[in-house]
Design a protein around this ligand. Structure first.
Ligand code: DPP
Ligand code: ZN
Length: 846
């Protein structure tokens, strides 16, 4: 398929200052009446091009003159006399048949929309690109009994009854917006209502709309929304701008949530919570995503993107903002550890593999494939580096400048960098981070003599040998062998391929602690020696660096035994873990994160050739070493983890630690631990304890595992987002029968391949299961490929995400490599693939 390229960007030929829409809503066949005022943009003679996809054009008029109806499948091309015109169209669309979940579709009997990135063209003909901003007036008409609630963007206007049991509601959005932010919802919904008084004293009416039975489960989302609104005022000076702010939860959704102006639409998984149905992780995710979508009102909506290559302009910035919010309401250290773990789990492998791309990609075939960890999470790291470099006050001044200079416009990364530069940032250098794929390596050679330390620091990028050097803020400290901190530096910015540093007055050869706080998204090579890591694990005062030292100890043991089959370094890991357990009561959340062994996927990422069986064996062996050396302290710590109910940080930390300890206690699947896990499961007063017990048991051979799964399914059969956890617990199990279980669950009456959450829980859950996905006969890969092909006929975006675990074939050992590649090729040779899937599969094979 033809690729779009950033260098080919041209401003739109025609603008659409005003758009009036009238919807005659119906699940089977909806009529969309559009009246748009268009204006020629500059001096040119080009026709007006309107995008359209799967639209049935019923009528078309230009300046009141009816034109013959002959739309091409890709849209309409209209020759216009003069510089302005009124275009009127009527189209028919079929929401109930829309399984792609893009445009207007039906979910659980309600109607809703998803337009980002290019879904609006599935609703009506329009120049569907983010640099065309329009003022929208919308009128919704629908059956009053089936769709009593009618919502759209902006502020509510007139509403009332119509003949034949129908009714209408009008909505007016005074802020010009791109079409991807359009939204409507029609359904049988009820709201949890609240209000927020803004900085300047305006009262905003808040509503979270769900099925009546779910209203009590919206309180946490509502509290998170109000906290987000206050945070954006306090930290960024950003005030909300409409009279109402509505959130709607739907069960079928391609994303986590969507920031439509004044009408956010959410995957129900990120709205509904109470202690009986949501884990602490769910509570945190809800707070973060509610904040993320709310923050988009400024970073995304008031200032939007010129084109989709600039996606990280809104996403990277907004992820950084939601990370700041999460750090503010919880523990900053733990949030940073979790954030880096996620970056390493998803973005680092993406950046090393065939799907690597710059934070601002240069080209794409299908933009939906670029809502990636690189654009989001690495993009957020870039903003973090700039914020760190400028310091809080200047960063705030720079963002004020960015919002002021670009309000109401469609901006670029350059606009953001210009605002940063106004406060002194080295923006020309930082721009390189947006253009270079690949994770930079930083190697440090230290020599010490006569009280002087010489550091030779080299950066490189294996993806782009010889690329221009990046600006890398390298925070580091030096420690003595007895743990004393000798020196700390926070202001070093590497700007060259090689940097030499000479530090006087260092009496002994020190231990280097590099990239403290994970200030830059880089890999440090080589890792410190094991004896040095033990010192850092005990004495670093930067919590991230202390965590990192223990992780490095674990990784060095795991990669050594996965590569050579010999268990080395277990003693040091045991020693570090023993020290952590002794202090578990002081900071349970930190101890929990730090005790968690690196995942099998992460271990593989640190090895040149990935042998999934050897990695699994090495990790199991280390788990068993920990259990046999620390059995008593582990039991004691687990028993000491009783937490009060509620979302206080300490209570959450205790529950997190309890779950991690339980899974270690089950390392040898012993009867005592299995019974304890079942006891925790059946006695749990909240979903966190229940779920950590179920997860620990899911790998077990004992009868308790079957009992727990049965009880869970019976209890939560009717709550789809909770039942997803039941599917995921089974698809992620390390038991040898997991593939057969997944095959059976695909026939389960509650499995539905059209529901993205369910498909992820069962099929992506299995594909991420490093122990069971990699069968020696390739049956796991074939299972995934089969689901990918089915999904592609239903929902190409889902299929293109589902296929990505197969992109990792290249670094696998024999016999897995050719087997995985063969499944990718089987997909590639299937006729009629979507553009989405074709792009991912072709790139993965190249
Ligand atoms: N809804 C997605 C997000 O907020 C895409 N904008 O990241
Ligand atoms: Zn976003």
């Amino acid at each position: 398929p033809a690729r779009k390229r950033l260098v080919d960007y041209r401003p739109p030929d025609w603008l659409v200052p005003e758009m009036a829409l009238r919807f005659e809503l119906d699940a089977e066949r909806t009529l969309v009446h559009a009246r748009m005022r268009v204006r020629r943009n500059g001096a040119h003679a080009s026709a007006l091009q309107l995008d359209g996809e799967e639209l049935e054009l019923l009528s078309l008029a230009v300046n009141g003159v009816v034109r013959p109806v002959n739309a091409a499948p890709e849209g309409l091309v209209l020759e216009i006399d003069g510089d302005e015109a009124l275009i009127e169209t009527v189209v028919a669309i079929r929401p109930a048949a829309n399984s792609r979940l893009m445009g207007l579709y039906s979910s659980g009997g309600n109607l809703c929309t998803q337009c980002e990135a290019e879904g609006f063209r599935r609703i009506t003909f329009f120049p569907d690109r983010p640099d065309v901003l329009s003022r929208y007036q919308v009128r919704l008409e629908a059956d009053a009994a089936r769709y009593p609630v009618l919502l759209a963007n902006g502020n509510p206007g007139a509403a009332g009854a119509l003949p034949d049991g129908r009714h209408f509601a009008e909505w007016d959005d005074p802020f010009p917006k791109p079409s991807y932010l359009f939204a409507l919802v029609a359904g049988d919904l009820q709201a949890l209502e609240d209000a927020f008084v803004t900085l300047s004293g305006r009262t905003v009416k808040l509503g979270i709309w769900v099925a009546a039975a779910d209203v009590p489960r919206c309180r946490h989302a509502m509290e998170s929304l109000k906290a987000s609104m206050a945070f954006d005022e306090q930290v960024y000076g950003r005030e909300y701008d409409l009279d109402v702010f509505n959130i709607v939860a739907v069960h079928d959704f391609n994303f986590g949530a969507m920031e439509n102006k004044g009408l956010n639409i959410f995957n129900a998984k990120y709205v509904l919570a109470d202690p009986d149905t949501a884990t602490d992780w769910d509570y945190d995710a809800i707070a973060a995503i509610v904040a993320h979508e709310y923050f988009h009102n400024w970073s995304g909506n008031r200032v939007t993107c010129r084109d989709w290559f600039q996606l990280s302009l809104k996403e990277g910035f907004t992820v950084f903002r939601d990370q700041q919010f999460s750090a503010h309401i919880g523990s900053a250290a733990v949030k940073r550890i979790e954030g880096v773990r996620q970056l390493r789990a998803s973005q680092f492998p993406e950046d090393e593999g065939p799907l690597a791309h710059a934070v601002r990609p240069e080209s794409y075939a299908e933009i939906s494939n670029f809502y990636t960890a690189t654009v989001y999470d690495k993009g957020a790291e870039l903003i973090r580096m700039m914020a760190t470099r400028l310091g809080a006050a200047k960063f705030r001044a720079a963002t004020d400048r960015y919002f002021a200079d670009n309000d109401g416009t469609a901006a670029t990364v350059e606009d953001f960098l210009a605002a940063m530069q106004s406060q002194g940032l080295e923006s020309e250098l930082f721009r390189r981070w947006y253009e270079q794929p690949g994770t930079p390596r930083v190697a440090v050679q230290a020599t010490h003599a006569d009280g002087r330390l010489e550091l030779l620091i080299r950066q490189s990028n294996p993806k782009l040998p010889g690329a221009a050097p990046l600006p890398i803020p390298l925070r580091f400290a030096l420690f003595a062998a007895d743990g004393r901190k000798l020196l700390e530096r926070d202001d070093l910015l590497l700007t060259d391929a090689e940097t030499r540093l000479s530090i006087e007055g260092i009496a002994e050869a020190p231990i280097l602690s590099l990239n403290r706080g994970f200030a830059a998204p880089i890999l440090i090579e080589p890792a410190p020696r094991r004896d040095e890591l033990l010192v850092l694990a005990a004495h670093e005062d930067d919590p991230f660096a202390r965590y990192e030292a223990v992780q490095q100890l674990m990784l060095s043991a795991l990669t050594a035994s996965a590569a050579g089959g010999v268990a080395i370094g277990h003693d040091e890991v045991v020693e570090a873990a023993r020290a952590l357990l002794a202090k578990a009561g002081d900071d349970p959340a930190f101890v929990a994160e730090t005790l968690l062994l690196p995942s099998e996927a992460l271990i593989g990422d640190r090895m040149p050739i990935v042998d999934p069986e050897a990695i699994h064996a090495a990790r199991e062996e280390l788990r068993c070493s920990l259990l046999s050396a620390l059995r008593e302290p582990l039991w004691a710590a687990w028993r000491g983890c009783d937490a009060p109910e509620g979302q206080a940080p300490r209570a959450k930390g205790l529950r997190r630690l309890k779950g991690i300890l339980l899974s270690l206690l089950l390392a040898d699947d012993g009867a005592e631990a299995t019974a304890a896990a079942f006891g925790q499961f059946s006695g749990a007063a909240n979903m966190t304890d229940r779920m950590s017990a179920l997860t620990a048991l899911s790998h077990s051979q004992g009868a308790e595992r079957d009992d727990a799964l049965r009880l869970f399914a019976a209890r939560y059969d009717l709550l789809p987002e909770v039942l997803d956890k039941w599917f995921l617990a089974q698809s992620s199990s390390t038991r040898p029968d997991t593939r057969a279980v997944v095959e059976a669950l695909a026939q389960h009456p509650r499995f539905d391949a059209r529901n993205p959450n369910r498909l992820r829980a069962l099929v992506l859950g299995f594909a991420m299961n490093q122990t069971r996905f990699h069968d020696r006969d390739g049956a796991g890969y074939a299972l995934l490929a089969g689901h990918v092909l089915t999904a592609d006929r239903i929902n190409p975006q889902s299929a293109a995400r589902l296929v990505q675990p197969l992109a990792r074939w290249r670094r696998l050992a024999e016999p897995w490599r050719p087997l995985m590649r063969a499944e990718l090729e089987r997909i590639a040779h299937t006729p009629g693939l979507s553009r989405d899937l074709t792009e991912v599969v072709t790139t993965s094979l190249s």
